[in-house]
Design a protein around this ligand. Structure first.
Ligand code: SF4
Length: 325
C-alpha cells in the first residue's frame, strides 16, 4: 500500500547568510516514506537538515527557500505551486514545536487556543468546550475543565507541551510532526511526554515524524529511523535493527556515543571531529573526514543510497563491511 507521506528526492536550497547570491543545499536528495500509523524518527546532529526536512513537510520553510523533488501526501505533491497549506496544516498534518512558550499565544487562555481550529470550523460553542476538555484530558492535563482558563505562563514546561499536543490534535490530523518535542524539558518530564506521544500515536493510529538529535528519544518511540548527515540520508530502516546493527559508519559512531543505547560496553565514545555542514560539505561522502573506514573512493564519489539488506538502505560504499556483526 502507498505510504501516507512519501518524501522523494527532496531538495531545499537556502540563500547564503552573507547574501552573495549563491544558495546552500541544506537538504540534498532526501527520500523516505512515512507509512500510516507508524512513527518515523529523523535523527542527526545540527546542520544535518532534519528540521528543514520537517519544515518542508508542513510548508513552513523560510520565504526564500527553493525546493525540488516531491512530497507526496495522499497521492498529491505538496511541493506543487498552488497547494492550499491552510487546508493541510493543522488539519491533516500538525506540528509540535520544541518551545511551546514561543508557539503558544501568551495573551490567550489555553482553552481558547486549543479550541480555535474548532471555532473556525463553525462548531457550536458547547461542543467546542466539550472537545477542548476532552483534548486536554487526552494530552494528560489534569483538571482540564479548570485548567482550560489558564494562560500559558501559568503552566509548567511539561504542561505547556501537553497543551501544545492537545492543540496539535484538535484538527484531527493523520500525521503529527514533532520537532525536538522534549529537548526543553526536564529528564523525568521528557520520558512522560514521550510515553504520552507514543500512546496517542498508537491509540489513534496516527503517523508521527519525530525529529531529534537524541538517539535515546528515537530509540524510545520510533518504528523506523532515518539518519541524516550534512543534508543527506546516511541510512534508514527499522529503528530496532538500525540501532542494534548499524549499516553506516556514521550511525555506528552515533550509537557508540550514547551509553544507554550502546549494548556492548557501558562507556560512550564521543563522535570524533565536528559535523560537516551543508555550507561546507566535504567532497564525495560528506562523512569521510570523520570516518574510520574512509578510503580514496570516499573522497571523490558521492555514495548512492542502496538497499543493503531487506528494508535497510545505506549511503556508504562499504556498508557491507559495517553490517558484518
Ligand atoms: Fe565512510 Fe566511505 Fe562509507 Fe563514507 S562511503 S561512510 S567515508 S566508508
Amino acid at each position: 500500500t502507498a505510504p501516507l507521506l512519501r518524501v522523494d528526492e527532496l531538495v531545499v536550497d537556502l540563500p547564503r547568510p552573507d547574501g552573495d547570491g549563491r544558495a546552500v543545499r541544506v537538504v540534498d536528495g532526501v527520500s523516505f516514506d512515512v507509512p500510516a500509523g507508524t512513527t518515523v524518527g529523523l535523527i542527526g546532529e545540527s546542520g544535518s537538515g532534519k528540521t528543514m526536512t520537517a519544515l518542508a513537510v508542513i510548508g513552513l520553510l523560510p520565504d526564500r527557500a527553493a525546493t525540488g523533488g516531491e512530497l507526496v501526501w495522499r497521492g498529491e505533491d505538496l511541493l506543487r505551486p498552488g497547494t492550499d497549506w491552510r487546508r493541510v496544516r493543522g488539519h491533516q498534518i500538525s506540528m509540535i514545536f520544541q518551545d511551546p512558550l514561543a508557539a503558544l499565544n501568551p495573551s490567550l487562555t489555553i482553552g481558547r487556543q486549543v479550541g480555535e481550529i474548532l471555532r473556525r470550523a463553525g462548531r457550536p460553542r458547547a461542543e467546542v468546550r466539550a472537545t477542548v476538555i476532552d483534548l486536554l484530558g487526552r494530552a494528560g492535563v489534569p483538571e482540564p475543565e479548570r485548567r482550560m482558563s489558564s494562560y500559558p505562563h501559568e503552566f509548567s514546561g511539561g504542561l505547556r507541551q501537553r497543551a501544545m499536543i492537545a492543540l496539535a490534535l484538535a484538527g484531527n490530523p493523520s500525521l503529527l510532526l514533532a520537532d525536538e518535542p522534549t529537548t526543553a524539558l526536564d529528564v523525568t518530564v521528557q520520558a512522560r511526554i514521550l510515553r504520552l506521544l507514543r500512546s496517542i500515536q498508537q491509540e489513534q493510529g496516527l503517523a508521527m515524524l519525530l525529529v531529534s538529535h537524541d538517539l535515546r528519544v528515537i530509540a524510545h518511540v520510533a518504528d523506523e529511523v532515518v539518519v541524516m548527515y550534512a543534508g543527506r540520508v546516511a541510512e534508514r530502516g527499522r529503528a530496532a535493527e538500525v540501532l542494534r546493527r548499524p549499516g553506516h559508519p556514521y550511525t555506528r559512531a552515533l550509537v557508540a556515543s550514547v551509553p544507554a543505547v550502546r549494548t556492548r560496553t557501558a562507556l560512550a565514545d564521543p563522535l570524533p571531529g565536528a559535523p560537516a555542514t551543508p555550507a561546507n560539505r566535504p567532497s564525495g561522502c560528506a562523512f569521510h573526514p570523520r570516518c574510520p573506514l574512509a578510503r580514496d573512493r570516499c573522497r571523490t564519489e558521492v555514495p548512492r543510497t542502496r538497499e543493503v539488506a531487506p528494508g535497510r538502505w545505506s549511503a556508504c560504499h562499504f556498508a557491507e563491511e559495517v553490517l558484518i556483526p
